[in-house]
Design a protein. Structure first.
Length: 228
């Protein structure tokens, strides 16, 4: 029987969750396993409160009986567990493959600690093979996409069947193929300077720990600062 490496990493991360914690729930097929495990632990008596980064994760948490609170009822979070599309050894991430990058970044930035959970295929030397998701407002999207292209990428508006994909916030996603990203920080600055860009999927200086599951059943724990 082959090992589910996403489940392996996600369940390890859930070991960091302790009674009384305020927890951010990520989005995607790896975060799914973390939410599932948290649901089990809540049934066993773990006391937490949580917020979700997407409608899908919120629904999953609700079904599992994980107590969810409104953002107005919680000052900040102790821990967020979320997946990534790519991560390097400095714990710079590309996120947003599932379209939830804006909510994920808001939640992660308001957490004392963000733990990334991923399978080994997500760990890369240099970011950029995965097209960088950039959330843009629908108004004048053609101009925003043209401005993105000037940064040296090939942007493609994400689709959902015949229609353009819309995020939980009603925006579009431009998936931007940059190839190798030499400096994620410089690129993040340039993206932030484009009016029409709501948020981009580069997470820099946000994740504290990455838990990477491997097909042989082992786990690598990478802490930020280790790669310097
Ligand atoms: O950023 C995300 C959603 O916006 C996800 O965390 C990312 O796409 C990884 O997903 P998965 O665990 O399904 O590979």
């Amino acid at each position: 029987m082959s090992i589910n490496v996403k489940q392996l990493a996600a369940e390890k991360a859930v070991e960091y969750v302790k009674d009384g914690m305020r927890v951010g729930l990520g989005t995607g097929s790896t975060a799914y396993w973390a939410i599932r495990k948290l649901g089990e632990r809540v049934k066993e008596g773990l006391q937490i409160t949580a917020v979700a980064t997407s409608v899908a994760s919120e629904e999953q948490a609700r079904e599992l009986g994980i107590p969810l609170v409104g953002f107005g009822d919680i000052g900040s979070l102790d821990l967020t567990i979320d997946g990534a599309d790519e991560l390097n050894h400095d714990l710079e991430l590309i996120k947003g493959g599932g379209g939830a990058l804006l909510r994920e970044k808001i939640v992660a930035r308001n957490s004392t600690r963000m733990i990334v959970v991923a399978d080994e295929s997500k760990a890369v030397h240099t970011l950029g093979k995965f097209p960088l998701p950039v959330e843009i407002v629908p108004f004048a999207w053609e101009w925003t996409v043209a401005a993105l292209a000037k940064l040296g990428c090939t942007p493609e508006l994400r689709r959902s069947g015949d229609a353009l994909y819309k995020t939980d916030n009603g925006n579009y996603i431009a998936d931007c193929r940059f190839g190798s990203i030499a400096s994620a920080a410089e690129l993040a600055d340039s993206l932030q300077n484009i009016t029409g860009v709501v948020e981009h999927g580069l997470f820099i200086g946000i994740a504290a720990v990455a838990i990477v599951g491997k097909p042989d059943g082992s786990i690598e724990v990478i802490e930020r600062g280790q790669g310097e």
